[in-house]
Design a binder for this molecule. Sequence first.
Ligand code: ATP
Ligand code: MN
Ligand code: MN
Length: 306
Amino acid sequence: EQAAPAPAPAPAARKTGVAITHPDRVIDPSTGLRKIDLVRYYESVADWMLPHLRQRPVSLVRAPQGISGELFFQKHSEASMPGVIDLDAALWPGHAPLLAINSLEGLISATQMNVVEFHTWNSTAKKINQPDRVIFDLDPGEGVTWAQLQEAALLMHTLLEELGLQSWLKTSGGKGLHVVVPLTPRLDDDAVKAFSKAAVEHMARTLPQRFVAKSGGSRRVGKIFIDYLRNGHGQTTAAAFSARARPGMGVSMPVAWAQLASLKSGAHWTIQTAREYLSFSGEDPWAAYWKTRQSLTAAIRRLGRD
Ligand code: ATP
Ligand code: MN
Ligand code: MN
């Protein structure tokens, strides 16, 4: 059974010396949210967000014309952002160095350079070929109701529990939900991805009216695609606490499983509402995530038997 979340202090906003240019420029025309609002948001969640970024290759979604303009998905250094560091180039042979953010300064200087979203790998630089998490990205097809997506997340949680794995939930900040399984880094990307594929195929086989294991096309209408492809080598997913470059600027918020029923959408919290929410919540629903030691070995065996 999962340990009760340990109380953690609500995060206090911290400031850096990073100079913010054009602070009042509106970056989300749908709400009037400004660049400075995003800076304040990231300052306020930095203490909770940085553990999710530390030493992990990060891709940045930049929105130089605001989120209604063209977005740039950037895996390598293109502009000077103090605190956004180059990882060892040997981690990804044949490419420019991957980036990582280990500090508040990096988080804010990226925001100063119009980065809105932070997407991370499932492994850290220390063990780049051995993921320390599996992600199930629940993507609702057209016509899927929110209640069906909530139920899908619960079913995913139950399957993982049956396989002996603890998992954690976060909103995507967009349309869906992400279920995250922390791992002791041991198996390689291919083995982890194969497990995630087998788990999703199990779901689709068991409840074909609700799930599909393949993306794309008409087969997804009315169904939920559980995207296991996020688990391939070098793939990324929006990090916990990342804002999203979508109207309303939802954030990917870690939540407790008990909160699932009360969520209204994948963008339940936004950069406008997240800070107030976090300042009132006395405990970190993901506290035990960081202490979990589990591997896929037994789960792979159990899944293979069905
Ligand atoms: P939603 O809940 O709306 O599905 P999401 O964050 O799960 O939100 P997806 O569309 O399911 O979004 O996932 C897109 C994934 O593709 C992200 O995890 C992102 O890291 C990855 N990705 C890879 N390349 C790009 C790119 N060029 N632009 C945007 N995303 C990219
Ligand atoms: Mn998704
Ligand atoms: Mn997806």
